[in-house]
Design a protein around this ligand. Structure first.
Ligand SMILES: Nc1nc2c(ncn2[C@@H]2O[C@H](COP(=O)(O)OP(=O)(O)OP(=O)(O)O)[C@@H](O)[C@H]2O)c(=O)[nH]1
Ligand SMILES: [Zn+2]
Length: 209
């Protein structure tokens, strides 16, 4: 499946025409244009290989377009001695890029769930964050997409996701306020319906350090 189409489907688009990927040469030419737009000379020695490097870096920074949550969430462990209490993986670091400016936003994700029919490998929660963080994002979409993927693949009794991040488009440019944290949360099931469960999640994320 074309990765760009996949990303738009996950964003809820009802119908769309496929967007073809440009060739590597076209992508490198676009970087040369941006270098000229910035005021520099793409032919000077220090910049001559930069378009190649940038395009290669984009493959890494936007790797999430080539991945899907099913790649990381397909394995559920059911033999957990009936464990059905909260599982929280906190402080998962991530780097993403805002879809408005293509500038980094950097932060940590905290993910909790109450298992119903099984658990997933702990590392898979961190991998899931990267599937979505390595795309152009808003922090709100990133939060909601993590919840939806867990809901679809694990059907737990409840999911809680909190993301805290600093947006470089607010610190390096524009309003130029550094050190500002943005917090987003999304809850399903017992976390949505029971205020005490939400409070427990917050306490476990923030309290016991
Ligand atoms: N809700 C939300 N907004 C974001 C996110 N990342 C960046 N933004 C904001 O997106 C907005 C884009 O606003 P515009 O007025 O269209 O663009 P702009 O002129 O570059 O805005 P300024 O950043 O205020 O200079 C800005 O307010 C950003 O702070 C995000 O993850 N979520
Ligand atoms: Zn931005």
């Amino acid at each position: 499946m074309d990765a760009v189409v996949d990303a738009r489907r996950e964003k809820g688009a009802a119908s769309f025409a496929p967007v073809p990927r440009p060739s590597r040469e076209e992508a490198e030419a676009a970087v040369r244009t941006l270098l000229r737009w910035s005021g520099d000379d793409p032919e000077r020695e220090g910049l001559i290989d930069t378009p190649k490097r940038v395009v290669k870096a984009y493959e890494e920074l936007y790797r999430g377009y080539r991945e899907s949550p099913a790649d990381v969430l397909d394995r559920v462990f059911e033999e957990v001695e009936g464990y059905g209490s909260i599982v929280l993986v906190r402080d998962i670091p991530f780097f993403s890029h805002c879809e408005h400016h293509m500038v980094p936003f950097v932060g940590r994700a905290h993910i909790a769930y109450y298992p119903s029919k099984g658990v997933i490998g702990l590392s898979k929660l961190a991998r899931l964050v990267d599937v979505y963080a390595r795309r152009l994002q808003t922090q709100e979409s990133l939060t909601a997409q993590i919840v939806t993927a867990l809901e679809d693949h694990l059907k737990p009794r409840g999911i809680a996701v909190m993301i805290e991040a600093e947006h470089m488009c607010m610190s390096m440019r524009g309003v130029q306020k550094s050190g500002v944290s943005t917090l987003t949360t999304d809850f399903t099931g017992v976390f949505r319906d029971d205020a005490a469960e939400q409070a427990k999640f917050m306490m476990m994320v923030k309290g016991l350090r």
